[in-house]
Design a protein around this ligand. Structure first.
Ligand code: OSB
Ligand code: MG
Length: 368
């Protein structure tokens, strides 16, 4: 296949709720959507999960635009590509910038699947017809509000609750949740808010039967996490620390985690995500698909990836209506009884709605 034309759009969408992590709060989402055309009427779509500011990792909307415009798009425009696995090889000389790479790599995968007339899930080798999903809940004003939200999401059928924690919003909060919901699948995500010196506090979480604690320590660490995992019984799950197959291999060999959260953007695309999935499967490390508050396009990629067999734990890909008044795909992503039905039509399986996309677009440029 050949990508003959690329359109990059910057969108701004207001989220239905403010999202607060250990880093801060935001409610407006600015992000990039990429459309890759093959000249035969097919469009492949990708979404950049980089945020406006570099709080989650070093990438931003602007650095992604720069990388795409000046390096990544020129690198693959009009080149013959036999299989989307080749895209990450073509980008191999470019260091990091994984979210930028993933934006166009994801579009290439969608385009390839559409040309083959198969779903993206099938192109990746996934077989699940339905996927289980949980929900990620930000830090709230008070525990009552949090308990109320959990109550709503439990009634909606979400399969597991993930709550954000930070020092001062952790042990007591989890205790209250457990008191009210003794049986739910519950986990906590710290987004790197702790240090090894907090070990006594983190040990106190052991009594609450959490499925895991996600990224408790530094965002670039796999050594202190090993030390922590030795001392606590709650399984450690790594998110921010894993950027590649090699990172995953080292973390697994060391014993720094028992579970890995795979985010397509964080690892540079679907090919690398699949390699990490396969490695984890061989090593009995369960994986689940993380979320980055995506629009429907990124959400669709997450759903396709999650059809692979070692995604045995519910992911963070909740319904469109949880985030957006109006999503940019048709149909929107819906969740029933905590599961999403995987679409079977070609590619990502959801149709990007150009009219809605244009409505939220603040800037666009076409490269051919
Ligand atoms: O609902 C979602 O998309 C996932 C929410 C979430 O936990 C998250 C959102 C933004 C950045 C990082 C994370 C995370 O998993 O750490
Ligand atoms: Mg996380």
């Amino acid at each position: 296949m050949k990508i003959k034309e690329v359109t990059l759009r910057q969108l701004k969408m207001k989220m239905l709720f403010p999202f607060t992590t250990s880093f801060g709060t935001f409610q407006e989402k600015e992000f990039l959507v990429l459309e890759a055309k093959d000249g035969e009427g097919n469009s492949g779509w990708g979404e950049s999960v980089a945020f406006h500011s570099p709080w989650y990792n070093e990438e931003t909307v602007k650095t992604n635009w720069h990388m795409l415009e000046d390096f990544l798009i020129p690198q693959i425009l009009n080149k013959e590509i036999n299989h989307p696995d080749e895209v990450s090889e073509m980008f191999a000389y470019i260091r990091k910038n994984n979210m930028a790479k993933s934006t166009i790599e994801g579009a290439a995968w969608d385009l390839y699947a559409k040309q083959q007339g198969i779903s993206l899930a099938a192109a990746l080798g996934g077989e699940k017809k339905n996927i289980d999903v949980g929900i990620s809940i930000g830090i709230q004003k008070n525990v009552e509000d949090l308990l109320q939200l959990i109550d709503e999401y439990v009634s909606e059928g979400y399969k597991r609750m993930k709550v954000k924690i930070k020092p001062g919003w952790d042990v007591d909060v989890i205790r209250e949740i457990r008191k009210k919901f003794p049986g739910i699948q519950l986990m906590a995500d710290a987004n790197s808010a702790y240090r090894l010196t907090d070990i006594d506090r983190l040990k106190q979480l052991d009594e609450f039967n959490l499925m895991m604690i996600e990224q408790p320590l530094a965002s670039d660490d796999i050594i202190d996490h090993l030390q922590l995992q030795k001392e606590i019984s709650t399984p450690v799950c790594l998110d921010e620390s894993i950027h590649s197959y090699e990172d995953a291999r080292k973390a697994i060999e060391l014993g720094s985690c028992k579970i890995i959260n795979i985010k397509i953007g964080r690892v540079g695309g679907l090919t690398e995500a699949k390699r990490i999935h396969d490695l984890c499967q061989q090593n009995d490390i369960p994986v689940w698909c993380g979320g980055m508050l995506e629009s429907g396009i990124g959400r669709a990629h997450n759903i396709a990836l999650t059809t692979l067999p070692n995604f045995t734990m519910p992911g963070d890909t909740a319904a469109s209506s949880r985030y957006w008044e109006r999503d940019i795909i048709n149909p929107e992503v819906t969740v029933a009884d905590g599961t999403i039905t995987v679409p079977e039509n070609p590619g990502i399986g959801f149709e990007p709605n150009l009219e809605t996309i244009k409505q939220f677009t603040t800037f666009e440029k076409t490269y051919a």
